[in-house]
Design a protein around this ligand. Structure first.
Ligand SMILES: NC(=O)c1ccc[n+]([C@@H]2O[C@H](COP(=O)([O-])OP(=O)(O)OC[C@H]3O[C@@H](n4cnc5c(N)ncnc54)[C@H](O)[C@@H]3O)[C@@H](O)[C@H]2O)c1
Ligand SMILES: O=c1ccn([C@@H]2O[C@H](COP(=O)(O)OP(=O)(O)O[C@H]3O[C@H](CO)[C@@H](O)[C@H](O)[C@H]3O)[C@@H](O)[C@H]2O)c(=O)[nH]1
Length: 479
């Protein structure tokens, strides 16, 4: 007998996509809902094997403990998608939605081919009604496409409710973000079945999230809120980075300006850290998506406005690379440069859209030899990001920061790893060629202490040389 949505109790959840979102989200879900069985499926066998092993495929603080606690009890990772989908009452679609690389909307529109293939598979194999939850970040009105695909292929007597439930976790703080979310958005159809589906998903979150943080809304608002939130966050960083360029040209200090701005309670202090540029898998692709949608709707001024957020970020990354070359007497050909940090932010091993890639490529083009160290990024990943098949003469990857620094002309900080703050910079200085430079792309180091050691210090949003009060760097060991 066919079931309708009203009769669906959520006992089993299946999540398609065992990535940075699916893995941590389902781990926290399993932890908080011992009465629900959670199965995360993925077609990538290596990834699933890693989720089932001692070394998880992604690094996130506190995640390993949760996985170990729940795995095999109510948390399962599998490549066997069909039985997991058939059994599930509620299905999360948590697959990647990258920017299209060819065809209509190339370079800007989101590629929904993975989302669509999930919908097709669900319709093909499921023989009872289910709630399908769009967790991937998608363009506005994508849920309508999922509904279309499901309806056109569904088995007789089976019906689906499609909900939008975007994810707001940030990498490096995923477990905390999932455990204590600022809000949970649930968008659904304004119908009796739609409301029941929203209640069912809400019930799942209510295991650990208070009711006032679970916001129910129309599906399109929910989808757009995700893109808008990322656009606003990236815009704040691009704005402070734009101000950092003015600081460098005038003698103002961007940290002081950011503090002054952030003390205005209407603005607040977060996301005002000027940097070498923002990275990560989401900001760029989601803003490009917003730009594309705006253009498609003939809202050209809106599209141009958001495009500027990306353009400013490109400018910032390039500016930093150029500044390194300029400070080192306009040439880095055959010079050795240590790059500290390759991940797009601290506490993750993820390098997607990392500004370090941009900086490293710039320095390589200028003829430098790079010595790269990151506490969490695998060597193979760095080589892949720099289009190298293997370590070759211009790039070496280190597992020890002091080894990376040895014999180099400069240190370039690209990621804000906390451990970088407490390194023994005197020891590094002693092992480097002179004059020894530090380029702090994250503004995390003690610049006056470094200048006292003898480093020539350059940082974001502060005029050249200003941070090193006594940089007598033409001195001792020559150029
Ligand atoms: N990474 C983040 O911090 C973050 C945060 C919020 C939202 N998002 C959004 O969540 C979505 C997923 O992001 P992610 O970073 O987890 O991506 P990811 O690339 O890490 O993981 C996606 C996984 O989906 C799998 N997959 C793709 N198509 C599949 C299919 N048809 N069947 C089975 N498995 C399939 C891939 O093999 C991959 O393992 C994206 O839309 C992203 O924009 C990401
Ligand atoms: O003041 C700041 C804050 C961040 N960054 C950089 O901005 C990038 C993005 O950082 P963050 O937003 O913390 O990490 P993501 O994991 O990319 O998370 C963003 O993208 C996710 C995917 O959509 C969303 O879920 C999150 O809410 C949103 O913060 C990184 O390169 C950071 O180093 C700065 O340069 N200055």
């Amino acid at each position: 007998m066919a079931t309708n949505i009203a009769e669906i109790p959520v006992r089993k959840i299946c999540c398609i996509g065992a990535g940075y979102v699916g893995g941590p989200t389902c781990s926290v879900l399993a932890l908080k809902c011992p009465d629900i069985q959670v199965t995360v499926v993925d077609r990538n066998e290596l990834r699933i094997n890693q989720w089932n092993s001692e070394k998880l495929p992604i690094y996130e603080p506190a995640l390993e403990e949760i996985v170990k606690q729940c795995r095999g009890k109510n948390l399962f990772f599998s490549t066997d998608m069909v039985p997991a989908l058939k059994e599930a009452d509620l299905i999360f679609i948590s697959v990647n939605t990258p920017t299209k690389t060819f065809g209509l909307g190339k370079g800007r529109a989101a590629d929904l081919k993975f989302v669509e293939s999930c919908a097709r598979l669900i319709a093909e194999v499921c023989d009872r009604s289910k709630i399908v939850v769009e967790k991937s970040t998608v363009p506005v009105r994508s849920a309508a496409s999922i509904v279309n695909v499901l309806k056109a292929n569904t088995k007789p007597g089976v019906s689906y409710q499609v909900l939008s439930n975007p994810e707001f976790l940030a990498e490096g703080t995923a477990v905390n973000d999932l455990t204590n979310p600022d809000r949970v958005l649930i968008g659904g159809e304004d119908s009796e079945d739609g409301k029941k589906a929203i209640s069912a998903l809400s019930w799942v979150y209510r295991h650990w999230v208070s009711a006032d943080k679970i916001i129910e809304m129309n599906t399109w608002s929910s989808e757009l809120s995700k893109l808008a939130a990322n656009a606003f966050l990236a815009q704040r960083i691009s704005s402070i980075n734009a101000i950092s360029a003015v600081c460098e040209a005038t003698g103002a200090d961007v940290s002081e300006v950011a503090k002054a701005i952030g003390l205005d309670s209407r603005l607040g202090p977060k996301f005002l850290q000027a940097s070498v540029g923002w990275g990560g898998s989401c900001f760029q692709k989601d803003i490009l998506n917003l730009v594309y949608i705006s253009e498609s709707l003939n809202l050209t001024s809106v599209a141009a406005y958001w495009q500027q957020v990306i353009d400013m970020n490109e400018y910032q990354k390039s500016r930093f690379g150029e500044r390194i070359v300029q400070a080192m007497f306009n040439t880095i050909t055959d010079k050795h440069i240590a790059i500290l940090g390759f991940a797009f932010k601290k506490n993750t091993g993820d390098t997607r859209e990392s500004p370090a890639i941009h900086v490293a490529k710039h320095l390589l083009e200028e003829g430098a030899f790079l010595h790269i160290f990151d506490p969490k990024v695998e060597k193979a990943q760095i080589l892949l990001d720099l289009d190298q098949l293997d370590e070759e003469s211009s790039i070496s990857i280190h597992t020890d920061p002091y080894e990376a620094a040895k014999g180099t002309h400069a240190l370039v900080v690209c990621t804000e790893w906390e451990q970088f703050i407490t390194y023994d910079y005197q020891r590094m200085y002693d092992s480097m060629l002179k004059p020894a430079f530090v380029f702090d792309g994250r503004k995390i180091l003690d610049h006056s202490a470094l200048a006292k050691i003898g480093f020539h210090v350059e940082t974001i949003g502060k005029r050249h040389g200003q941070s090193s009060q006594d940089h007598n760097w033409t001195g001792t060991n020559g150029i």
